[in-house]
Every structure is written in structure tokens, then in C-alpha cells.
Design a protein around this ligand. Structure first.
Ligand code: ASP
Length: 342
């Protein structure tokens, strides 16, 4: 039977407008063959990526912009600032109902957290990527992009901060972390859990993020072209304490220790870090352990040494928060309060 003709075009639903900002990554990667493990990230342009997803244009009125073409190991703060600026511009001008950012998975959590702190809108901003290049057998990118557009087009996604859609899951930017080097089920939200799921475009939400984000964030990158240097130092048994001094000598204004356990480090590093804290360098204790929180004054006397505990943020995200925090003069107590709010 032929489909009935619509005699009332004015009754046709207008589709939500979704802009896809592409930055490269494996989702745009290409290999020599469908089973080749080696590939190059960021080979495919945004329009080809859109064309490769059947049904996308039925979900939303979609158009793409190429912001960068890199593997996310090469994402810079300059690109993050450009992305935040473009998202803010598109939403402020009323040119998009939702935005999708395609991005490599390696540093997805960092860009997601950065945007979660600097995008000034309640409208859905959703990131997605892929673990398999576009040329692979069973590439995961097309369905991830389809689901990301479905979430970006969904009014129920509003007010939940920057979301990351991968492998049918909807993660909050605050919580997600990459957990496996090769599996398509790589992202987990180990501390706070999932925001929801999206199955072939059908969304379900369990909760919103608990922490402050986007329109409620006090951070802005308007007029900002670079950020203060903050280094991450990975703690391990018998680590050399002079790494702390090296970082500061190279210009770091803050250091995040990816500590062992509950943000621990050996006594020599504590002493070196305390010396730096006394000189006004911000020392944040986070953890190299993939899940759990870092609390104040457990085995390390933060009150006496002048350290900050990262609470729920892993080292990479704790670094982003500190870089943004250091754009303004703040006391250690004020910086600690930020880690409890964001
Ligand atoms: N190295 C790639 C990237 O982050 C990995 C990926 O996208 O899955 O761009």
C-alpha cells in the first residue's frame, strides 16, 4: 500500500536542528582494510561521516562543521577553547537546538569536562567517538553518531550538562573515564553512575549530574587564549621527589598528584610538595586508582601541608578544573570548595 499523502504540510513536524562539530579521532579514522589494527585518526571529513549514517536526517536537521582533524592525543587547549566558543556562539545565536562533538576517545573525558565547565547553555551538548575506525568490520562510529544526534535532539537531555554517548550509554562529563584501550565498551562512570541509555535512538534517563555544570558554572573562556600550566605527576613506589621541583621550575603553577590509593605519595614527595605549597603552588591530591574519591586528611595532613583533595575528579579532570580556577586569584580554601562543587 502506498503511504497516505500529507495534505497538510503545515502540520509536518519541524525537526530539531543539530550541528555536528567534528574534531577527528577514530570515528573519522581509516585503515587499509576492515581487519587492519593499525589506522590513522581523523581521515574522514564531517560530511562523509554524516552520509555514512542511515536515518540520521530523519532524527534531526543535521549539518556539520570541521573544527579540527586530529587524534585526540593531539587535542590542545586551543582546540578546546575554540570548541567552547563555537558551541556558545551557536546556542546564543539560536542556530542549534543541540550540538554533537565528534572526538577521539583518548582524551574525550578531558574535553567533556572542559566543555561542561565552560559551555553557557542548558541545551544538549553531546560528545561521541568510536573505538574502531570507520573502515573496520563492525565499526561502532555510525551507531554512536546516530545515538548522539538522538540525544542532542531530545529536549529531555537539556539541563544535564555535557553528555558523552558511547556504546548505548549516556555518561555525564564529570564522571566518565576511559577504561579499556581497545574495547567498544570502554567508558565507565565509576563514581556516580550513568545518566541514561540510548538504544537505536530511544533515550532513557536515570538522573541528572549531581555537580554544577554549564549554565551554573562560574568559569568562562571568553577572551581567554591560553591557560596556566598545571602538571600531573604519577605517583609510584619510591618515586623521585624532584619531579615536583622540575615541574615548578618549568613554570607549573599547580601540580596534580596522581597518587596511589587515597591520593598518597611517598614521604619525600610530600615534603617537596609541601615546600611548593608554602610558596603558593597549588598541590592537588588525586588518585591513579580508577574509581573512588580522594578525601582530605586521611593519611596526609592536608590542613597542615596546605594541599587540596580532588574529591571525585581523576587526575586529568582535576588538572582541567585547576587550570580554569587559576585564571583568577583564589585561596586554597576557595580552590578546595571548587572540587566539592564541580
Ligand atoms: N587515539 C584515538 C583518539 O583518541 C583513539 C580513539 O578515538 O578511539 O583520537
Amino acid at each position: 500500500m502506498e503511504p497516505a499523502e500529507n495534505n497538510h504540510p503545515e502540520e509536518q513536524k519541524t525537526l530539531p536542528r543539530v550541528v555536528i562539530l567534528a574534531t577527528g579521532g577514530t570515528i573519522a579514522g581509516a585503515a587499509e582494510s576492515g581487519t587492519e589494527a593499525g589506522y590513522t585518526s581523523g581521515k574522514m571529513g564531517v560530511d562523509a561521516m554524516i552520509d555514512a549514517v542511515p536515518g540520521l536526517t530523519a532524527l534531526a536537521d543535521v549539518r556539520g562543521e570541521q573544527v579540527a582533524s586530529v587524534g585526540s592525543q593531539d587535542i590542545s587547549f586551543a582546540i578546546m577553547i575554540r570548541l567552547a566558543g563555537r558551541i556558545n556562539e551557536l546556542f546564543a545565536a539560536g542556530e542549534a537546538d543541540g550540538i554533537v562533538v565528534t572526538h577521539g576517545t583518548d582524551t574525550m573525558e578531558e574535553t567533556a569536562h572542559f566543555l561542561n565547565l565552560t559551555v553557557k547553555s542548558q541545551k544538549p551538548a553531546v560528545m561521541t567517538g568510536a573505538m574502531r575506525p570507520s573502515t573496520a568490520i563492525s565499526a561502532d562510529g555510525p551507531l554512536n553518531l546516530y545515538n548522539a544526534v538522538a540525544v542532542a535532539a531530545d529536549p529531555k537531555a537539556e539541563g544535564r550538562g555535557v553528555l558523552v554517548v558511547m556504546n548505548d550509554r549516556i555518561h555525564g562529563a564529570h564522571s566518565l573515564t576511559k577504561n579499556n584501550t581497545t574495547s567498544v565498551e570502554t567508558f565507565l562512570s565509576p563514581v556516580n553512575g550513568l545518566i541514561g541509555t540510548v538504544i537505536y535512538g530511544k533515550t532513557a534517563y536515570f538522573r541528572g549530574p549531581f555537580r554544577k555544570h554549564t549554565h551554573l558554572s562560574e568559569f568562562s573562556v571568553e577572551g581567554v587564549s591560553s591557560l596556566p600550566r598545571v602538571d600531573v605527576i604519577y605517583a609510584c613506589a619510591d618515586m623521585p621527589a624532584d619531579l615536583v621541583e622540575c615541574s615548578v621550575a618549568r613554570g607549573a603553577r599547580g601540580i596534580v598528584i596522581a597518587g596511589d590509593g587515597n591520593g598518597n605519595m611517598n614521604a619525600a614527595t610530600i615534603e617537596a610538595a609541601a615546600g611548593m605549597a608554602a610558596q603558593g603552588i597549588v598541590i592537588v591530591r588525586s588518585s591513579r586508582v580508577p574509581s573512588g574519591t580522594v578525601s582530605r586528611n586521611i593519611e596526609v595532613d592536608d590542613d597542615r601541608l596546605g594541599f587540596i583533595a580532588s574529591d571525585e575528579l581523576n587526575p586529568a579532570k582535576a588538572r582541567i578544573l585547576l587550570m580554569l580556577a587559576l585564571l583568577k586569584k583564589r585561596s586554597p580554601a576557595e580552590i578546595q570548595a571548587l572540587y566539592y562543587s564541580y
